[in-house]
Design a protein around this ligand. Structure first.
Ligand code: GLA
Length: 390
């Protein structure tokens, strides 16, 4: 630890403070961080009022912030190779900001739309959450800034309220019709646990992740997806249409026991969507029960069944995620599945500690043989949600 570093800042956070100083010529008033998320199970259930079971990534996005009295929002990112973006808070409107800066701008806009008259700030962003990897780097950035603004302006908003601000930012300003899972995970996850979240009433419970000799291996296929491109919105609309035809408030209200009968009442194109959502909600509940019973190894088949459902019914996997999941299992994983919205992104594999290297190497070799770009792998520990660092 260097001499001038406050004791609570790690070298990385200290570097964020230094970068802020070199960009803006003054000290930040504080430093905040928020993680990305890895969804263990419960995919495409959040916009159907269903269940999800995410955990926070060990990687996080850090923001160093100093409020400004003149209504300017000046944004700088260590990762984006470009100049400081300068915006006037009063002029923020959906569709007016492009690139990475739209996420922090969206948060300031959403807070103001929610009736909090917040002003401008100088913001320096540094993140090691891989972007475009299906690990919610955008939610990490939104939640870090929402937490900073909450503290700096004494807004007194709860973690759930901040998650809803961040979701509104993403839905209305960025234009992605996402559910609430990513923002709730980034705000509310706790170390060493997954977050069992009911996306209908936003009730949540920490489920300790005693993996007992197993590791969660994340394989980032480095295939980028863009949820704003319409595919996600189409799937969401299909689910809403099915719920309407079944005269249910949401697909969450269809129990597994009523699935077969309900499918007969739906047009063929909607049946696989409904089958995925209903069986996926059941898989989340099974996974929670197994973790509570101290039987993490039994999660393997649930992950594998979840992947098959995303691949065959929901159709959001792609050759790279299918290859990563299949290869991981052949090489010794107990189960594997795509995590996140899909169309690329990351695969998670539940792997005995002793087989982590073998599985990682097998996937890299299979990608090489298939002519895909080399994937990145890391083992994930469940980490903390958004917090002030200094
Ligand atoms: C994206 C969205 C989430 C969720 C997942 C799929 O990550 O942002 O709200 O719908 O896809 O589970």
């Amino acid at each position: 630890m260097t001499e001038h570093m406050p004791p609570h800042l790690t070298p990385r956070e200290d570097a964020v403070t230094h970068h802020f100083q070199s960009v803006f010529g003054t000290e930040p008033e504080g430093v905040w961080a928020a993680p990305g998320r890895i969804n263990l199970i419960g995919e495409h259930t959040d916009y159907n009022d269903g269940f999800v079971l995410p955990l926070a990534t060990p990687q996080h996005t850090t923001v160093a912030v100093r409020p400004r009295p003149d209504g300017l929002l000046r944004l700088h990112s260590r990762q984006a190779d470009g100049p400081t973006v300068e915006l006037r808070v009063a002029d923020l409107e959906p569709g007016t900001v492009t690139g990475w800066a739209k996420y922090p701008a969206a948060v300031v806009w959403a807070l103001r739309e929610d009736g909090h008259p917040v002003g401008g700030a100088d913001v320096h962003v540094d993140s090691d959450v891989p972007a475009g990897a299906g690990l919610s780097s955008s939610a990490a950035l939104e939640c870090a800034l929402a937490t900073a603004y909450n503290d700096l302006n004494g807004l007194g908003l709860s973690r759930t309220e901040l998650a809803l601000v961040a979701q509104r930012a993403e839905n209305e300003f960025v234009g992605v019709p996402c559910g609430v899972m990513d923002q709730m995970a980034s705000m509310c996850c706790t170390p060493d646990a997954a977050l069992f979240l009911d996306t209908r009433d936003l009730g949540s419970r920490s489920v300790p992740l005693g993996l007992d000799g197993l590791q969660l291996l994340v394989i980032d296929t480095r295939v980028k997806h863009d949820l704003a491109d319409g595919a996600y919105a189409k799937l969401r609309a299909g689910c809403e249409r099915a719920a309407q035809l079944l005269r249910l408030p949401a697909l969450r209200d269809l129990p597994l026991s009523g699935l077969v009968e309900a499918l007969h009442r739906l047009p063929a194109d909607l049946r696989p969507l409904v089958r995925h959502v209903v069986t996926e909600n059941a898989r989340v509940e099974q996974a929670v029960a197994l973790l509570n019973a101290g039987d993490p190894a039994a999660l393997g088949p649930i992950l594998t069944a979840g992947h098959a459902s995303l691949r065959d019914d929901y159709r959001v996997s792609c050759p790279e995620t299918d290859l990563a999941a299949a290869t991981a299992e052949e090489a010794g994983a107990l189960g594997a599945r795509m995590t996140g919205g899909g169309f690329g992104g990351s695969v998670i594999a539940l792997v005995p500690e002793t087989a982590v290297d073998t599985v990682g190497e097998a996937v890299i070799a299979a990608f090489h043989r298939a002519g895909h770009r080399a994937p990145r792998t890391f083992t994930a520990t469940a980490s903390a949600g958004a917090r002030r660092l200094g």
